[in-house]
Ligand binder design. Structure first.
Ligand SMILES: *Cc1c(COP(=O)(O)O)cnc(C)c1O
Length: 425
């Protein structure tokens, strides 16, 4: 009996679509989502006891692999002293120190419980600080599901063919201006016409929510210049890229420093933690000091912060990112070589420990280009790989993630499966 199937059938009667986050339903690739019961290192086991090499890593957080003993130990110890106080703890101070030390743009930081809360709060602060309403985002970038940000948002929204969502009032969406990614001229034109009305520009400095898109250096630099010139707050949404592409995030990799940064995913090591931070004068607009309200019953939760703090400690060990980048590079190079040998239009790229695979001749630079990739080929490839026990994101619009414990053997097995899959294609 296929337990995944029976669990999915039952779940659909009780949970909308059978899932608690849309892309998990396999809508864009078809078939039955996998119900997992166990993970260890780079491997996962489903309810049928089938083993997989995991390239989703909970969409990024599990950068140390599953069930890292040191992280589990930190969680166990913290949990024995209560799961929550709703009051400050010394551990929050410790993680704030780490974040401020590692992320150049952050002088002060506040913790929340998800990436969505982080971006929503950052935008509120930016608006409060500037006294302006308009915000700018880029096509295909996803910044969580706050109303104002569900305009031309990536992955989940793309996967389901809804560039924006029902239930978002036009009055809210009308303040969100959308521009094409990597298009400096469009940026320049917008700032020329309405730069002084823009509260903030929010961007994924490396995009991971319409597959992987790498920014042009000159595009990010122009963005910095225009924001400074017009007094708009530049927000890097590093919920995915933070502690993933480099220890200091995309901002250290590209050496472009925003005014504010949002974090999530890796920062909680698998438990719900998000954060937003930036320049002191902006962050001090927040209550209780300033007029911008923001709060959370479980913000800075002691157990979640313990997992995050230990994760941040472990990723600072010598050579961590060099090694993570090298493993990811082996994967990407191997996949590309294998497809080339079989004359398949395919390419793959990576930044640090995140990667993209595209069924197209050339790696895409924008939303329009990614939409032109061969989604049918991806679908077939996805299922062939899944069958071989290789678990990639179930959509052509998702990035992939490698952990620090993915071994050469894991990569070898993955490439062997890919060889077979490309042959079948
Ligand atoms: C995942 C993600 C979010 C949303 O975070 P949640 O924890 O899912 O709310 C926001 N921005 C980016 C760039 C993300 O990748």
């Amino acid at each position: 009996m296929n337990k995944n199937l029976s669990l999915f059938e039952q779940s659909q009667t009780l949970i909308p679509g059978g899932v608690n986050s849309p892309v998990r339903a396999f809508g864009s690739v078809g078939g039955t989502p996998i119900f997992f019961k166990k993970g260890l290192g780079s491997r996962l086991w489903d309810e049928n006891d089938k083993e997989y090499i995991d390239y989703i890593n909970s969409w990024g957080p599990m950068i140390l692999g599953h069930a890292n003993p040191e992280v589990l130990d930190a969680v166990k110890q913290a949990s024995q002293n209560s799961l929550s106080f709703g009051a400050p703890t010394s551990r929050e101070l410790a993680i704030a120190e780490e974040i401020i030390k590692l992320v150049p743009s952050i002088e002060q930081v506040r913790l929340v419980s998800s990436g969505t809360e982080a971006t929503m709060s950052a935008i509120r602060v930016a608006r409060g600080y500037t006294g302006r309403d308009k915000i700018v985002k880029f096509e295909g970038c996803y910044h969580g599901h706050a109303d104002a940000l569900l305009v031309k948002a990536g992955s989940g929204a793309l996967t389901f063919g809804q560039p924006s969502s029902a239930g978002v009032p036009e009055d809210v969406a009308k303040h969100t201006l959308t521009l094409p990614y990597n298009h400096t001229q469009a940026l320049e034109d917008l700032f020329a016409s309405s730069g002084d009305e823009i509260a903030c520009v929010i961007i994924e400095p490396v995009v991971g929510n319409m597959n992987l898109i790498i920014p042009h250096q000159e595009f990010l630099q122009s963005l910095r210049t225009f924001c400074t010139k017009h007094g708009a707050v530049l927000i890097f949404d590093e919920v995915m890229t933070g502690f993933r592409v480099d220890l200091g995030g995309a901002q250290t990799l590209f050496d472009v420093i925003p005014d504010m940064t949002t974090l999530g995913k890796v920062i909680g090591g698998g438990l719900p933690v998000g954060a937003f931070g930036g320049k002191k004068e902006i962050m001090q607009q927040l209550a209780p000091l300033g007029p911008v309200y923001q709060a959370g019953t479980l913000s800075g939760n002691p157990v979640a912060v313990a997992a995050g703090l230990k994760t941040l400690e472990l990723i600072q060990r010598p050579h961590f990112f060099t090694k993570l980048t090298a493993i990811t590079s082996n994967l990407v190079d191997g996949l590309t070589a294998s497809a080339q040998q079989k004359n398949i239009d395919f390419c793959a790229r990576h930044v640090g420990g995140m990667f993209g695979m595209y069924f197209s001749k050339k790696a895409p630079d924008s939303f329009d280009e990614i939409m032109q990739s061969d989604r049918d080929a991806f679908k077939k490839f996805f299922h062939l790989m899944l069958n071989e026990g290789i678990y990639f994101g179930p959509s052509a619009f998702e990035a992939g993630f490698v952990s620090a414990v993915h071994s050469e053997e894991d990569i070898k097995l993955t490439l062997k499966a890919a060889d077979k899959a490309f042959n079948t294609l």
